[in-house]
Unconditional design. Structure first.
Length: 195
């Protein structure tokens, strides 16, 4: 069973990427991970898939921290404090697509071996929900964007350049214009309202 492509699992919502698949990804991840951070982009299907994958993680006994609508780099950075990260996004694909990207604590995406382990686990249904008293906990953290912003600003030089940025109505709208302004840039934004 091949689920992962060049950048995670992606497909048309409710056809190729379904809540059932997301639930199974969560169960498979939770088999070996005790903590996960979960973020999403502004796609319509994002919350549905997020809830399904969180249900799988919790059912496997994994604790989950939700960080809401964030950019993929913000989620990758936030993963440093957890066993894994889950980003619900289909990147540049059309609106009917949704995807699941998995991250390691070092900020790198799951490698092909890790992806194959998840695929095998799902194909064999080699997971079992924990008993009621071992279900994971879910919490929210509203500080992920601020923490990522602070890290970036500590590691870049100030600039007075004039920058025009098209955020594509994506989750990058939540961080990119702000970081550039804090760097000293004059920023003109296009399509900077997530939809």
């Amino acid at each position: 069973m091949k689920l992962f492509g060049s950048s995670g699992i992606r497909g048309i919502t409710n056809k190729e990427v379904t809540p059932d698949l997301a639930l199974k990804v969560g169960l498979a991840l939770g088999k070996t991970k005790r903590s996960a951070v979960v973020g999403r982009d502004p796609r319509i299907a994002g919350e549905m898939i997020e809830h399904a994958i969180i249900s799988g993680l919790l059912s496997a006994g994994c604790d989950v921290v939700r960080i809401g609508m964030v950019s993929t780099p913000t989620l990758a950075y936030a993963t440093k404090d957890y066993d894994c990260g889950v980003m619900i996004t289909a990147s540049h694909n059309p609106a009917e697509y949704v995807g699941i990207k998995l991250w390691n604590p070092d900020g790198m995406a799951f490698d092909s071996n890790q992806q194959e382990e998840i695929e095998d686990c799902i194909e064999k249904e080699d997971f079992e929900p924990v008993s009621w008293d071992k279900i994971g906990n879910v919490s929210e953290d509203a500080n992920a964007i601020r923490q990522h912003t602070n890290m970036i600003l500590q590691n870049v030089k100030r600039s007075s350049k004039r920058v025009i940025i098209d955020c594509g109505c994506g989750a990058g709208s939540t961080i990119t214009p702000y970081v550039l302004r804090k760097m000293g840039c004059e920023v003109i934004t296009l399509n900077s309202q997530p939809d």
